[in-house]
Design a protein around this ligand. Structure first.
Ligand SMILES: *Cc1c(COP(=O)(O)O)cnc(C)c1O
Length: 365
């Protein structure tokens, strides 16, 4: 294989348990498997999570929900982001639970639904007043409101009042339902960051972890930012085959644009993956990989299908061996957060950027 990822379903399950243990038995856990489970493979990851006890899964759109149903996945599935008119029939056919984002859609929905409140993120969700919201929900006698939810914009930033403001705005809506005597079964606000940094006032009775299921918690920042209470580890290792190893002389130029000039006689290895596989182009002359348990710098530009590394210090590396883009070997490791920092992006984008042509292999199931 040219390039592949090894996904540890055992680690996915352990990460799920870590979330469940942290939030406690009174809070249900709905792992987020959108974007093909952050490229870990939605079907296999979902099966592992259900085996571990996950009652719900969250996806982004109806197509992702249908793919899970077609694979025989039976858990409840929440469709978080889209509510396109053409998708409405599929919701009941495939027993998918939509998140509704406007009061017009509340009036039109015919299946149990969750309602999203825009409590201050300024993206999806209704911004209507609590009274208008309760009025719209109780007027629709065809479909029950099963959950009330919101999403935070900056829950890792302890210098910003935005999360506290969002919790308050959400609680005003919750109070209106309480007063009307019609609290929904589920109340949920938290993704990984609010779980890991224990914003317990935002846990409700259901949480929506994505990143942490795959082993990541973004750092918090600001005055009084607590450490993460969630102990998870990456489940994915990304490997790539070495196509060729060769020695070049002082002054040799490497790759497109000749942006690297060998300052000494150097040994380079050519890797069978490039930006078309998801290696960020910005890693050119900047990133590194792990070769035989040692860091080896990326030299020259990252090409579409190829990447060149300096293996002068790894004389035992041969064509046909593999090196690691993400993973851990001996004492050396590179995770998606580190790769993202070097590339000027975020770990979510690194994971979601791993292209479909990169094969997936499941290990220690
Ligand atoms: C993606 C998403 C999540 C999961 O977020 P993580 O940071 O990956 O844990 C939760 N809720 C909503 C609405 C999302 O879009």
């Amino acid at each position: 294989m040219r390039s592949w990822v090894e996904v540890s379903l055992r680690q996915i399950r352990a990460n799920y348990r870590a979330v469940q243990d942290l939030v406690g038995a009174s809070v249900e856990v709905m792992p987020v498997v959108k974007a093909d489970a952050y490229r870990h493979g939605a079907v296999e990851v979902s099966r592992a999570l259900i085996a571990e006890g996950a009652p719900w899964l969250a996806v982004s759109n109806v197509d992702e929900g249908i793919a899970l149903r077609d694979a025989g996945i039976n858990a409840r599935i929440l469709v978080m982001a889209d509510f396109l008119r053409e998708d409405r029939e599929a919701l009941s056919t495939y027993r998918l639970t939509p998140v509704i984002h406007s009061l017009e859609d509340v009036a039109a929905v015919r299946v149990p639904y969750h309602l999203k409140i825009d409590s201050g993120m300024g993206r999806l969700g209704t911004r209507c007043s609590p009274e208008q919201i309760v009025q719209a929900v109780t007027s629709n006698t065809n479909a029950p409101l099963e959950g009330l939810m919101t999403h935070f914009a900056s829950s890792g930033n302890y210098d910003s009042p935005q999360t506290i403001d969002q919790v308050r705005a959400f609680e005003r809506v919750l109070d209106a339902f309480r007063q009307a005597g019609s609290l929904p079964r589920y109340v949920h606000l938290s993704s990984t960051i609010a779980i890991a940094y224990q914003r317990k006032e935002a846990w409700g009775n259901l949480v929506r972890p994505g990143h942490s299921i795959y082993g990541y918690v973004s750092p918090s920042r600001g005055t009084g930012a607590p450490p993460s209470a969630l102990h998870v580890a990456p489940a994915l290792t990304w490997k790539v085959a070495v196509l060729n190893v060769k020695d070049v002389e002082t002054g040799a130029l490497i790759g497109y644009g000749g942006i690297h000039r060998a300052a000494r006689p150097m040994r380079i290895a050519v890797l069978a993956a490039g930006y078309a596989d998801g290696i960020p182009h910005r890693l050119g002359n900047r990133g590194q990989v792990i070769a035989k348990g040692k860091f080896a710098p990326i030299v020259g530009a990252v090409s579409m299908d190829l990447t060149t590394i300096d293996v002068t210090n790894v004389p035992e590396l041969r064509a046909g061996d593999s090196v690691m883009l993400l993973g851990k070997e001996g004492k050396v490791s590179i995770d998606a957060q580190e790769m993202a920092r070097t590339a000027g992006t975020i770990s979510y984008a690194v994971l979601c950027g791993i292209h479909a042509r990169v094969k997936r292999v499941y290990v220690d199931e």
